[in-house]
Design a protein around this ligand. Structure first.
Ligand SMILES: Nc1ncnc2c1ncn2[C@@H]1O[C@H](COP(=O)(O)OP(=O)(O)OP(=O)(O)O)[C@@H](O)[C@H]1O
Ligand SMILES: *[C@@H]1O[C@H](CO)[C@@H](O)[C@H](O)[C@H]1NC(C)=O
Length: 309
């Protein structure tokens, strides 16, 4: 097997989605009319998004010793992700997210991160041979900061590019995580939570990005939903607009964006950042026009050729 160019050190979660006419009240039992299971977790989603574009990827993660874990490993195999460093723990269940969605589209979500939080820095260090040979290491905020920091510092040791997606937002983020991020990527609410700058416009996003840059990351990306994305460095800001579309399901849009960016960083490193961002927005915008999370990430053969030259 060829070495993975992209290593994602992050989470796996199984979404358990119940569709009901209304959300239950405390103590109440109600009947739903549909149920579905989906593969999620920001780490795994980003890994799958990159793999669909043709990247050789590896996941460093932890699942529980249960049927959700077994199924998740199979999902990685089905998608062609290298899973030599996905551990199985008996100390906690595979991460799950039971979700209730009512007829108005309102939802309630309980995330039980479980096995994801059992991954230690020592587990990550075992992936050194994998990280060393890669071009990009991608992390998110759904595992412990200790494990994330171990991944970023190991990547730095080997001059591997680090892409940190600080999602979900955590205002107590370890400052060393920012210092070890070549690209630090957040959405509007995460930018706001980390900087206390209110982010509603592109100008606001620029101000938040400037605050994050002073904390020591190499560059900042703020994704702006239907408004595209902002890229900021010490040299200034570039705003890349998204195409105007009617979204069907925006869950996982951020993950499609980050996974696609990792693909370009690894496979087309000579493109300008502006070009990479435009292409990442393009793929993320396609993903919002299909239902589901991983199910909405396009494969290379469904995309225009110009995205791959
Ligand atoms: N309504 C939309 N129309 C077009 N493109 C979109 C839309 N929403 C999202 N996108 C694309 O997806 C990217 C990421 O979206 P967003 O900033 O909403 O991330 P996010 O909040 O992490 O997403 P989510 O939490 O829904 O997964 C955007 O930069 C854009 O390219
Ligand atoms: C940003 O991402 C978080 C998940 O990390 C999500 O809960 C939130 O709604 C997103 N914010 C926006 C403005 O899309």
């Amino acid at each position: 097997m060829s070495a993975a160019k992209i290593v994602v050190v992050g989470s796996c979660m199984t979404d358990l989605i119940s569709y009901t006419s209304r959300l239950p009240k405390p103590g109440e039992t109600i009947h739903g009319h549909r149920f579905s299971v989906g593969f999620g977790g920001k780490g795994a989603n980003q890994c799958i998004a990159a793999t669909r574009l043709g990247a050789t990827t590896a996941m460093v993660a932890m699942v529980g010793d249960d049927s959700f874990g077994t199924n998740y490993l199979q999902n990685f195999r089905d998608n062609g992700v290298i899973i030599s460093h996905v551990g199985v723990t008996s100390e906690a269940a595979t991460g799950v997210a039971p979700i209730a969605v009512d007829d108005a589209g309102e939802n309630c979500i309980i995330i039980v991160a479980g096995a994801n939080l059992k991954m230690t820095a020592a587990n990550v260090e075992k992936a050194e041979p994998l990280i060393k040979e890669s071009c990009v290491v991608v992390c998110q905020g759904e595992i412990t900061m200790e494990a994330t920091l171990a991944a970023l510092t190991m990547a730095r040791k080997y001059n591997v590019k680090t892409l940190m997606n600080a999602a979900p937002a955590d205002s107590s983020l370890d400052p060393a995580i920012l210092k070890n991020s070549d690209i630090f990527c957040v959405n509007e609410s995460e930018a706001e939570a980390l900087t206390e700058v209110r982010v509603q416009t592109v100008m606001d996003a620029q101000r938040a990005a400037e605050v994050l840059l002073t904390r020591g990351c190499g560059s900042v990306i703020v994704t702006l939903g239907g408004e595209g994305a902002l890229y900021s460095t010490g040299d200034g800001h570039i705003h890349v607009p998204a195409e105007k579309v009617t979204p069907v399901d925006t869950t996982g849009a951020g993950d499609a964006f980050v996974g696609t960016l990792a693909y370009y960083l690894a496979y087309h490193p000579h493109l300008s950042m502006e070009d990479m961002l435009q292409r990442s927005c393009k793929v993320a915008t396609i993903s919002v026009q299909a239902a589901g999370t991983q199910t909405s990430f396009p494969t290379r053969n469904k995309l225009d050729n110009y995205l791959f030259v």
